[in-house]
Design a protein around this ligand. Structure first.
Ligand SMILES: [Zn+2]
Length: 176
């Protein structure tokens, strides 16, 4: 029997094939990297769906052959896939919409997009004599000459609340 020495959530740097379901795991996505030992040491990759599925249906020591994990319970595996992958797609779509609304809000209220200062993770918005507002995927950050002083969730109402609290807009602001 092989034994799992280590299971770690990684961001893949190359493309792999999921040991559980045989689907492709593109480079730059999240997967579980597992190190196994029997006669030799092996490394396998599991997609997030298979990892979540395996942790519910398999008991310690249960083995399955390569690419056959979904066969243990195809319906449940498919449910997991929808929960994890479709849910994730929906969250990304919602997040994108929210970000667009926040950016539009800033522009409508006098900020300008500082294209030269985008570093891939954040988009920077500036307005004369006002702190800079950086919009990222995980947070909105206010930055003045002393550095970042406020971190907000990426949320339209949080952004407005933050701007009012810091007296960066008044009540006459423009909604979008
Ligand atoms: Zn898989």
């Amino acid at each position: 029997m092989s034994e799992c020495l280590k299971s770690k959530l990684v961001n893949t740097r190359k493309h792999h094939v999921c040991f559980g379901c045989g689907r492709e795991i593109p480079s730059g996505s999240q997967a579980f990297c597992e190190t196994w030992v029997d006669d030799t040491i092996n490394t396998t990759y599991l997609c997030l769906v298979c990892e979540s599925f395996a942790s519910t249906v398999l008991e310690y020591g249960d083995e399955y052959s390569e690419h056959s994990l979904p066969e243990c319970d195809p319906e449940l595996w498919e449910c997991r896939r929808i929960e994890i992958e479709e849910g994730d797609k929906m969250n990304k779509r919602l997040m994108k919409k929210t970000k667009e609304r926040c950016k539009q809000f800033l522009v409508e209220n006098g900020w300008k997009h500082d294209v030269d200062n985008d570093d891939g993770d954040y988009e920077s918005y500036y307005k004369t004599t006002h702190p800079i507002v950086d919009i990222g995927n995980d947070e909105i950050v206010f930055v003045d000459n002393n550095g970042d002083f406020l971190h907000l969730p990426v949320n339209y109402y949080a952004l407005i609340g933050g701007l009012i609290e810091c007296q960066m807009i008044d009540m006459g602001y423009k909604s979008v």
